[in-house]
Each structure stands twice: as structure tokens, then as C-alpha cells.
Unconditional design. Structure first.
Lengths: 220, 261
């Protein structure tokens, strides 16, 4: 009995790392994605192609590989930069890799959302004397948000599960913790990790359904 | 005195020459109908007047002020065009209402944003907002939608949406109100209510340019009719002249096709 509660508390502790990684990734990648989206729609062609190539590379390679490159790359290339030592260094490297990866995915969702708004909406704003920023904030933004909530929701739920990839550069997240027990022949902690993810995803599902409902008062 | 003079407008898209030497003028209070087959450049002409397209050549003069001259870059600065386009209003074929705002907010939004640029906005914020609201309600009453103020666009019919769009354009008090086939996207039974509103505006001496395929309506409401074909103004004159006694062969052919259907 005592053994079980110890294991559960250690699993919960390690799940905190998943949660921290999740939160930090969202906080930074949601706005960064918008910046990348604007870059990928820029009228300045070299910038547009540079950004789109970057997005293609990030979306075209496994996140796991990106984590490894992010962590070991600076050392292998002989750069003067290096990650801080120990667990904090591994965590920061993982967070940076996640932020970049997810920002690229979000940027494509934003771009799709922005480009799906009919041209007539911009033109209606223009002939009514609105400035470009006014059109963006007062006319298109909410329509874009309404359209991107479902795909963003999908991506956010994928992120929850992806956080466990951080173990590839030895971040002690929940599955890595459970793995230590598996190695000792105790299998149930690994199964138990599924419950953590399920509960988290359940909460997010409720949140996104609520958001969708909030914006159902108009149609685009 | 002409409220609008359009001189020598030319517009090309890549290799298609869409508008060729367009000249006309409009008196205050006059209603001009533009007719012509699809692809003749009618929409492009309205878009040039509203600066959604930039003419390659020619000039646009409103109240004796040159607001656009293709040879004079100083008349083409984006920031100034934004103000200058307020001389014109445009009602689109497919309404383009803002779906996330109520009928009332659709009409007030642009005026509220413009009001923020007024130097006295901060002191008189409340009075200014109230004035805009009152004016919007008055306009919506004028188009017969007083009972729909809090509705969202998807809750009302196409004809009602187009009437909101007309009120929205009127809210900024344009000198010249342009319509691009205002009833083409509507079911036949809904065109009447929109045409009635436009006719009502004509009776109040609103200066208007109306692109339309409703020949009876054009004949009824217009003071002057322009027939366009392949980017040129083939013929212009009073409705009696253009409909009753067209001079050009192309006009006759076009009207014959309409009378048959
Ligand atoms: N943005 C554009 N790019 C290229 N061609 C265009 C564009 N807009 C209009 N055109 C062309 O210009 C011609 C006139 O179009 P338009 O002004 O819409 O005619 P109308 O309104 O009389 O039907 C058509 O041949 C159309 O294909
Ligand atoms: Mg047209």
C-alpha cells in the first residue's frame, strides 16, 4: 500500500514536467506562430521563401530528431554556446525545440485561417475608411479565431502527448519515470500514466468545446 | 456644377485591357445607371472609383478637387487615399456584412473608428458615440429594419442584409454612393425590397452610380444611363435616349437580348 502511494506521488511529480513543458510551449509558440505566419505571407519574396522553407523543414522532420539536434547540436558543431548543465539545461533545450516546432504548426493554421477570410471582408473595411490594423483587429481577427479553434485544439491535444518525447534528451517526465519501474519488472505504473494524459485531454476537450460554443453566435 | 468628373481612366490587368478611356461626369443629386454585359468592366470601374483598384491612367475629380491623378504620385499616398475614398460609398453584390457584429454595430463600426481620429473625441466621447448610434438607427429605420437592430447577419434574409449594407454605406455620408449589381445575389422575390430602398434614396436626391441588370429599374430611377461594352463607354444619355432610341449598334444588340428574356 505504502509502495503504491509512493509510486503515484513520484509519477505525479514527474508529470509536472510534462505540464510545465506544455504551458511554456503554448505561451511562447502561440504568439511566435503569428509572427511566422505573417512572415510566410509577406509580400517581400525572399523573406516569404525563407520562412516557408524553415516551416517546411520543421514540419518535415520528427520532433524527436529536433530535440536531439537542439540539445547536442551546439556541442557537435563546436559552437561557443552551450546549454546549462544538468536537468535545467536539458529542460530548456527541450522547451526551445518544442516552441519552435509548435510555432511552425500554429503558423500554418493561422495562415490558413487568415487566407480563408473572404476578400470582400477586407474590401468592405477598406471602402469604409478603415486602416489595415483596424481591419485586422475589428473585422478579421475574430473570424479567424472562430475558424482556427478546432485545428488549434487538435494541435494543443497533440502537444500534451508529445511532451513525453522530452525523455529522449533525458528529461524525467512521466513515461520515463514509469519506465524505471518497468525495468524493475513493475508494469502497472506505465499503464497508469495513460490516466494522467486522459484526464488532461478531457479537460482540454471541455475547454475547447466551450470556446467553440462561445463563438457560435455568428457564422462566417 | 459637377460633383464628380472622371477623365480618361484606363485600367489593365496583366495583358487584359479592362477599361479604355472612360470619361463621364455626374451632377449632384443625379442617378447614373451603368448597364452592359458581364465582363465589360463595370465592376472594375466602380472599384477604381473606390480605390480598390488603382487606375493606370486618368484622373478623378470630386467637387473640383483632384482626388486622384495617375500622373501625380502625391495624389496616390495610401494614407490619403483612405480619407479620399470616403467621398464614395460602395454597396457590394454579395453585401459583405461583418458576420460577428449585430446589424446596428455593422452600421456604426466604421463611424466609431473614424470618430477616434477627431481631436475632440476624448472630451466628447459619449456625445459622439450617441450621435453615431442615433444616426445609425435613423438610417436603419429608413431602410425598414428598425426591428432587426440586434440581429446578426446570418439571421436575416439576403434582401435585409443588402439593406443593412446600404445603411452601413450611408452612415459615412458619402458624396456618391455606388452599387455593384445590388440585387444580383438575391432570390427574385427579394429584389423588390432592395430596389425600393434605392428608389427612395433617389427621391431624396442621393447622388448614385448603379451598376445593374434590372433594365426596368434603371429606366425608372436613373437620370442618365451609360452602356459599357468591352471596357469602353459605347453610349450615354437619358434613359429615354438609351433605352428608347439607342444610336449604337452594340447598344441595340444588348437591349434586344434583354427584351427577349
Ligand atoms: N483582379 C483581376 N485580375 C485580372 N483580370 C480581372 C480582374 N478583375 C477583373 N478582371 C477582368 O476584367 C474584365 C472586366 O471585369 P469586370 O469589371 O468584373 O466586368 P463586369 O463587372 O462588367 O462583369 C473581365 O474580363 C475580368 O476577367
Ligand atoms: Mg461585375
Amino acid at each position: 500500500m505504502n509502495e503504491i502511494s509512493v509510486i503515484i506521488s513520484r509519477l505525479s511529480e514527474s508529470f509536472l514536467l510534462n505540464c510545465k513543458l506544455f504551458a511554456l510551449t503554448l505561451i511562447f509558440s502561440l504568439p511566435l506562430g503569428l509572427l511566422i505566419a505573417f512572415g510566410s505571407m509577406s509580400r517581400f519574396r525572399p523573406l516569404r521563401w525563407l520562412v516557408r522553407t524553415f516551416v517546411w523543414i520543421i514540419r518535415g522532420t520528427p520532433l524527436m530528431l529536433q530535440l536531439i539536434i537542439m540539445f547536442f547540436g551546439p556541442g557537435l558543431l563546436g559552437l561557443s554556446f552551450s546549454w546549462p548543465g544538468g536537468a535545467s539545461g536539458r529542460f530548456i533545450a527541450a522547451t526551445v525545440a518544442f516552441i519552435i516546432n509548435y510555432a511552425c504548426y500554429f503558423s500554418e493554421i493561422y495562415r490558413g485561417g487568415i487566407e480563408s477570410i473572404p476578400k470582400g471582408q477586407y474590401e468592405a473595411g477598406q471602402v469604409l475608411g478603415m486602416t489595415k490594423p483596424q481591419i485586422f483587429f475589428h473585422v478579421t481577427l475574430l473570424q479567424v479565431i472562430k475558424r482556427i479553434i478546432p485545428p488549434v485544439g487538435n494541435e494543443v491535444m497533440t502537444l500534451v502527448k508529445d511532451t513525453s518525447l522530452a525523455r529522449i534528451i533525458a528529461n524525467k517526465e512521466i513515461i520515463m519515470m514509469a519506465g524505471e519501474y518497468t525495468n524493475k519488472g513493475l508494469i502497472w505504473p506505465l499503464f497508469a500514466t495513460g490516466i494522467y494524459f486522459l484526464v488532461f485531454i478531457g479537460v482540454l476537450t471541455i475547454l475547447f468545446n466551450w470556446l467553440e460554443k462561445k463563438l457560435s453566435y455568428f457564422r462566417t | 456644377m459637377a460633383i464628380l468628373e472622371v477623365k480618361g481612366i484606363e485600367k489593365s490587368f496583366e495583358d487584359t485591357h479592362v477599361l479604355k478611356n472612360i470619361n463621364f461626369s455626374l451632377e449632384k443629386g443625379e442617378v447614373m445607371a451603368i448597364i452592359g454585359s458581364s465582363g465589360s468592366g463595370k465592376t472594375t470601374l466602380l472599384r477604381c472609383l473606390n480605390f480598390l483598384e488603382r487606375p493606370d491612367k486618368g484622373s478623378i475629380i470630386v467637387n473640383n478637387e483632384v482626388i486622384f491623378d495617375a500622373t501625380n504620385p502625391s495624389t496616390q499616398k495610401e494614407s490619403e487615399l483612405r480619407k479620399k475614398r470616403l467621398h464614395f460609398g460602395l454597396v457590394f453584390q454579395n453585401f459583405n456584412l461583418f458576420p460577428q457584429y449585430t446589424v446596428l454595430k455593422n452600421v456604426t463600426l466604421a463611424a466609431e473608428l473614424l470618430a477616434k481620429e477627431r481631436p475632440d473625441y476624448k472630451q466628447n466621447k459619449k456625445a459622439i458615440t450617441e450621435e453615431i448610434q442615433e444616426r445609425a438607427k435613423m438610417l436603419l429605420a429608413q431602410v425598414g429594419l428598425s426591428d432587426k437592430l440586434d440581429f446578426y447577419p446570418h439571421m436575416i434574409s439576403g434582401g435585409q442584409q443588402q439593406r443593412v449594407a446600404i445603411a452601413r454605406a450611408l452612415a459615412l455620408e458619402p458624396d456618391i454612393l455606388c452599387f455593384d449589381e445590388p440585387t444580383s445575389a438575391l432570390d427574385p422575390e427579394l429584389t423588390g425590397e432592395v430596389l425600393k430602398v434605392i428608389k427612395n434614396l433617389a427621391e431624396r436626391d442621393t447622388t448614385m452610380i448603379i451598376v445593374t441588370h434590372e433594365m426596368d429599374f434603371a429606366r425608372d430611377v436613373a437620370d442618365r444611363v451609360i452602356f459599357m461594352d468591352d471596357g469602353v463607354i459605347v453610349e450615354q444619355g437619358s434613359p429615354q435616349e438609351v433605352f428608347g432610341n439607342p444610336k449604337e449598334e452594340r447598344t441595340k444588340q444588348f437591349l434586344a437580348r434583354y427584351n427577349k428574356t
